[in-house]
Design a protein around this ligand. Sequence first.
Ligand SMILES: Nc1nc2c(ncn2[C@@H]2O[C@H](COP(=O)(O)OP(=O)(O)OP(=O)(O)O)[C@@H](O)[C@H]2O)c(=O)[nH]1
Ligand SMILES: [Mg+2]
Length: 464
Amino acid sequence: MSVVISSLSKDQEKKLLSLFSHAKLHLLYKATVHGFTAAAFHSRCDKQGPTIIVAYNAAGFVFGAYTSKDYTQSGAGINDEAAFLYSIKDGENKPLRVSGITGQCAFTDEGTGPNYGALVFLHDNQPAVQSNPGTRFQFQAAAMHGDDLALTEFEVYRVEALGDLLVKPWRIMQWTAERKQELMKFIQNYKPDIKTVNKPRVLLVGPVGAGKSSFFNSINSAFRGNMTLQAITGTAGTSVTTQFRMYTIKAGKGGKALPLILCDTMGLEENANAGLDIEDLVSICKGHVQDRYQFSTCGSILEDSPGYKKHTTLNDRIHCVVYVVDTCKVSLLTQKMLDKFAAIRKKTIQMGIPQIVLMTKVDEACPLVAEDLKNVYRSVYIQKKAREISESIGIPLSCVLPVKNYCEELGLDVEIDTLLLTAVEQMLNYADNYFENQITDNLDNQPEMYRSGDQFQNCINSNE
Ligand SMILES: Nc1nc2c(ncn2[C@@H]2O[C@H](COP(=O)(O)OP(=O)(O)OP(=O)(O)O)[C@@H](O)[C@H]2O)c(=O)[nH]1
Ligand SMILES: [Mg+2]
């Protein structure tokens, strides 16, 4: 099968792409190969989503039409505010871009060649265009196509958005200093619903280099008010973190410890005997592994191993598991790694622990987010990655939280903090769900478990 090659020069393609914010072109149809007929056009271009027509003439013009809508041969006039006609002429830097006349439809979706009123392509199933400036689109014929209506080539490309911004963010955030303060207050004043737990324990699990240790450092920095590097971070072939660490965070230097323990682990590796061991992870979740336990590649922690805690209470257990994943690598997760996630998920579900996904490095993943972190919930690319990871790990999209860790900054940033603290808020909310389940399970046996006088106690009393 021969490969169909685009007739666009590098310069023409660059100019064409400059009409979009971040897009990729996929050639669908080329008339000199597939035929200058409406039928050939429809067989390859119908129901392809956003497309752009690229017509060439001997006068050196490359011109055509973009629509964000499907061609379906419905016979109807199609309204499309995003549609435009354009022209690129050799020697001119900026493409001509013509929007539709307000209130008029962009094209007639019929079985003929694409009919934009002012430009009708493949007119009479010929390598020709009919030009009627003023019908739906207004332009100077000489500027659009140099009055040369015979086509030397005619192509249609699918336009795939790479990193466009959604008009409406898929999650609403307030990026203000007040919101950051509100989140800090919520975290500082948080109290588990259950008496027997002092501080919820949140476990960070994920592939090597995903940003687990950096997340702790970032939260620590946000509360300390300056950059901290308590956990060692960086890149190496294997996990930089080799010890199990349980970190407490202080509200300011010398301040009170927050009601939260972030547990950092060695990175996951896809090979069976490398990286964090699943049996170790189960022991951690059950509270048997003590702070600073040195992970071993020779085997999992045993009852008589140093650092093994035999007798545990609910307080020692993990109350929320956070899968930390690098956004740039979401599509690159191998089946072996996904299988590891699935095995961990199965164990944590059995233990009834809530789970969420932290998608780190959103700044590296999308240039629009690197430019402005407030774009994180407007970036089509980040949304796509969040959906992808939600599906591949099997965790609802509502439990996927994109973040940017501190890695090169010298000072704090309200927007970075807001995103990070929102993730912690969610972790505490999910830990609460775990406690609520414990309370329900123990309702008849241990009523003294509840924190008296709080909202939850009132709720239980009113149901009695
Ligand atoms: N740009 C960017 N870099 C990040 C982000 N988070 C982490 N990094 C960088 O990614 C690298 C790895 O981060 P770590 O926090 O050490 O990753 P880890 O998951 O603890 O890795 P192991 O302990 O080796 O398993 C470091 O160089 C960090 O600076 C982020 O959100 N954005
Ligand atoms: Mg680490």
